[in-house]
Ligand binder design. Sequence first.
Ligand SMILES: NC(=O)c1ccc[n+]([C@@H]2O[C@H](COP(=O)([O-])OP(=O)(O)OC[C@H]3O[C@@H](n4cnc5c(N)ncnc54)[C@H](O)[C@@H]3O)[C@@H](O)[C@H]2O)c1
Length: 257
Amino acid sequence: MQLKDKVAIVTGGGAGIGEAVVRRYLLEGAKVVVVDVKAKSELESTYADADKDRLLLLQSDITKRESIDEVVRSTVDRFGRVDILFNNAAIFDMRPLLEESWDIFDRVFAVNVKGLFFLMQRVARQMIEQGGGKIVNMSSQAGRRGEALVSHYCASKAAVISYTQSAALALAPHHINVNAIAPGVIDTPMWKDVDALFARYEHRPIGEKKRLVGEAVPLGRMGRPDELTGAAVFLASADADYITAQTLNVDGGNWMS
Ligand SMILES: NC(=O)c1ccc[n+]([C@@H]2O[C@H](COP(=O)([O-])OP(=O)(O)OC[C@H]3O[C@@H](n4cnc5c(N)ncnc54)[C@H](O)[C@@H]3O)[C@@H](O)[C@H]2O)c1
């Protein structure tokens, strides 16, 4: 067990990659705080089979300043500390670059950038008091290059890479490692919306974009959420003590860097 008795906060832990990481962190011996905007009842039913002694479910919206404080306070009240932040919650949206999109900009940046940054800052203050910790931010292959239809989401994920680098430098003296993961195309609930949006803007049948992006991956298919969990454990563990400021691609070979 690589994370025995570590205390981890996982945002967006109610579905997809976040849920897979919560389950793997529990298997690795961690105590886990699931933070998700989904209803508490939904989170309870998702984790009905999990060990309640090592799990705290928080319905919380990371775009709200008071929620960020509350997440860290509740974690410390219940488990006494925070060793790991898996900063994963995000939303996807897209629209052609020349069309009106102030609404998309505000929503996407509120969750993917503002929420991620200020939760990282709040958790880092707690980790400094404790003498160290591990922060893993979720970027994307979308943060490596722009896309004509997906400008705001791509920019938000590029911002995650940049904040990861700045935070890694600022927090290095405090023994806090800050890294990011850049997944490629992973078969999660998010892809239902992504596929539907591409169908609309590229005039495709539903399901075609999802099939094509999977076929284009060098390893020949989309990833599964559980295939992100190895990197999520590694970067949160003592094995990554000498790694910071990096963004690790977990994408079947889509991006080479
Ligand atoms: N699925 C992919 O192909 C893919 C690719 C690259 C990067 N990513 C990134 O991986 C991460 C997880 O993606 P996923 O595919 O599992 O997404 P998902 O939509 O399946 O799950 C995201 C979870 O985040 C929660 N969430 C959304 N807004 C929130 C908020 N304001 N506060 C708290 N929780 C909130 C949602 O309720 C949901 O449970 C995201 O950062 C995403 O950008 C995903």
